[in-house]
Design a binder for this molecule. Sequence first.
Ligand code: SR1
Ligand code: MG
Length: 405
Amino acid sequence: MANFDTYFLMKEADAIEYAKVKVPQKNWDAATMTCREIGDGNLNYVFKVKDEKGNSVIIKQAGSELRISKDMHLDTDRNRIESEILILQGKLAPGYVPEIYDYDTVMCACCMQDLSDHELMRTAMLEHKIYPKFAEQISTFMAQVLMGTTDVVMDHQKKKELQRKFISPGLCDITEALVYTEPYNDELGRNHVFPPIAQFVKEKLYDDQALHLEVAKLKMDFMTRAQSLIHGDLHTGSIFINEESTMVFDPEFCFYGPMGYDIGNVVANIIFAWCNGDVAGAEEFCSWTQSVIVDVVNLTMDKMEKYYDEHVTDTMCKTPGYKEYYMSTILADTSAVAGLELIRRIVGMANVKDITTIADETARARAEKICITAAIDFIMNRDEKKCGKCFLNTLQDAIRTVDGK
Ligand code: SR1
Ligand code: MG
């Protein structure tokens, strides 16, 4: 039997033993323990261990080869970073992230709260389920975690300690390539372009130098502006949800970057959900997603402003006018990143089921063109998106443009 003092990639039987050793406080019923590997992400292995007494735990282990491609390798230290940031986020926004019971830098694995009473939000979106509390809850999480880790409110030396602690060059490199580079040139030949829109992608994305210039500015900004401790991959596959609660997980791409990166990711992934619902004729769901786009932007900005007023410590940031300037940069970043995420999930190597499961070719091509058209406006006109309704208008204008109305 393994004693877990040397790294190896666990199988289901190992995960049962691992749970017994690392989470003894559950008082496991050893005879009835079972395990299933449930990971469906691109990077890691995820095991659910349970027994018939009602105990359960999720074990997440980092492999050095990525699931999405055996040619891609990443530092397994990402598991420590993920565990430590979940603990920090749990302090800044209690009740919005799973509890970490244990993390282990030898096996590069962590044991965390099982959220089986929640559903993966992307799966729920594919079933066109509506969650009226989502915008309120995700905006609270983002406002508290994002504003709570800025230089505006934090001691600057403590902030820099966090910056040093939470940096994964390999994971940043993935985002820099997959979000900020390859969708505009396919330089490594690994983009996934849906053949019916290949010409559209060439004209709108690969050949547009004005767009490339704006993306270049945004890329360097992402790489250099250590504004806030961002989640770094806040899409609907990083959220568990039910009627009452929203739980954010999978923050391994976290680092100090522009906070609009997280807000823009949420907006873009709700647009993907809208696309899927639109094809299915799910009207009530589509109206809800449209309201979420507006509310996520407005509520997050309102809560951030309030947080700013209540917690600002930096003397110069108290200067009249600075908060308004700061908030306007966050809105512009949110718009730009909504565009970048829309584009990279349509043409890049990591796609989303909301779009790829649209069976009808014409409907999928239309949805993809709507996303790209809206995305270009989000990027090119990012300084004009001043409120939630402006974000929804961008989507509605894109629909009209693609439909020729
Ligand atoms: C190689 S990893 C591809 C994507 O999966 C993750 O969830 C991130 O979104 C990353 O860009
Ligand atoms: Mg992930």
